[in-house]
Design a protein around this ligand. Structure first.
Ligand code: CO
Ligand code: ZN
Length: 343
């Protein structure tokens, strides 16, 4: 969990994943034959072997912002979102503004409820109306902060009962299980890659080029998925549930998992007593959507980690589901030469 904590607490909006990449590089050293970084910042770790080319991909970026404007008279910052936010999740949060000369802590403030008019209370929140307060006089802000500085949400990694909770579990949890799998696999029956991808949240951009560099025959995206196992959600709308195991994705809006891979994952999970659940996600996508269209095409699937409150700073998941995901990945990797994609 120490590695997951470090991954989650590191900042990295799309295009600015360097700090996460460093953790991946340092941790995987000695476990793989090579680690390279490409022009888009993808980190590509390779354990060469015989058998099909299998590429695991987890995205290193998290949703965040760029500073888009500095209020001339007051020094409050306006922000431009990178990734899909529900603005209600942003109000009253702490952020970090990453400037060239160091980090500034800030907060996203809003008029106190005491002075909100009835009309203001009813008006839907929009990110463009929000502002960041770094608590400094305007001259100091103007001298430190630049348009284009990245801004991340700030939240510590905590245990929440049986769960763990932090910002950016989307998708540091996927990065974590991919790293653990490539380290733990004893006898990979494949030519194995793990890619920490970039810019997933703005359109699977890193995975698209990583798919060309690695030429996967089998691509496995590792990402969180919705666990709406919370009050006021009907069972048919839950997607997945926490603590019920790794989610084997059938489809989302970016990819349809290869039926032979869906069957193989289910069979391997059953043979090894690994808890799993099936997942159909009506909206959203993963790096599998890009990997399947690299080169002449690849068979893809996503293994998902059920997560509550996705795209908020209180994202929460069950460590048992992480473990199930790692175990299924390792078992798959060690049997990859027996997968019949035509069958
Ligand atoms: Co996401
Ligand atoms: Zn994600």
């Amino acid at each position: 969990m120490e590695l997951l904590k470090r991954l989650c607490e590191a900042p990295g909006i799309p295009g600015y994943e360097a700090k996460v990449r460093t953790i991946v590089e340092e941790d995987l050293e000695g476990y793989v034959d090579s680690i390279e970084t490409d022009a888009l910042g993808n980190v590509i770790a390779h354990r060469s072997g015989e058998g099909p080319v299998v590429v695991l991909a987890g995205h290193m970026d998290e949703i965040g912002f760029f500073v888009s404007h500095i209020e001339e008279k007051t020094g409050f910052l306006r922000i431009n979102p990178v990734g899909g936010f529900d603005p209600i999740n942003l109000v009253a949060q702490r952020v970090v503004v990453h400037t060239e000369t160091g980090d500034l802590v800030g907060c996203i403030g809003r008029k106190a409820v005491h002075i909100l008019t009835d009309e203001e209370k009813k008006k839907p929140l929009e990110v463009r109306d929000l502002f960041v307060d770094v608590g400094l006089p305007v001259e100091k802000v103007a001298a430190t902060v630049r348009i284009g500085d990245s801004v991340t949400l700030r939240q510590d990694f905590v245990e929440l009962g049986d769960l763990v909770s932090c910002k950016a579990l989307d998708d540091r949890a996927g990065v974590y299980v991919g790293m653990e799998a490539i380290k733990r696999a004893k006898n990979p029956a494949c030519d194995l890659y793990f890619v920490g991808t970039t810019q997933e949240e703005v359109g699977l951009r890193g995975a698209q080029v990583a798919g060309f560099a690695t030429r996967p025959q089998i691509g496995i995206a590792l990402d969180v998925t919705i666990a709406a196992d919370t009050p006021s959600v009907e069972p048919k709308d839950r997607v997945t549930q926490l603590g019920k195991g790794v989610a084997i994705k059938v489809r989302d809006s970016a990819s349809i998992s290869h039926p032979a891979l869906v069957r193989a994952m289910r069979r391997i999970a059953e043979e090894n007593g690994i808890p799993y659940q099936m997942e159909i996600l009506p909206r959203g996508g993963t790096d599998a959507g890009a990997l399947q269209m690299a080169q002449e095409g690849a068979a893809v699937i996503t293994l998902s980690i059920p997560t509550r409150y996705v795209h908020s700073v209180v994202e929460a998941l069950h460590p048992d589901d992480l473990e199930a995901t790692i175990q299924l990945l390792v078992a798959f990797i060690e049997n990859a030469d027996k997968i019949d994609l035509a069958g």
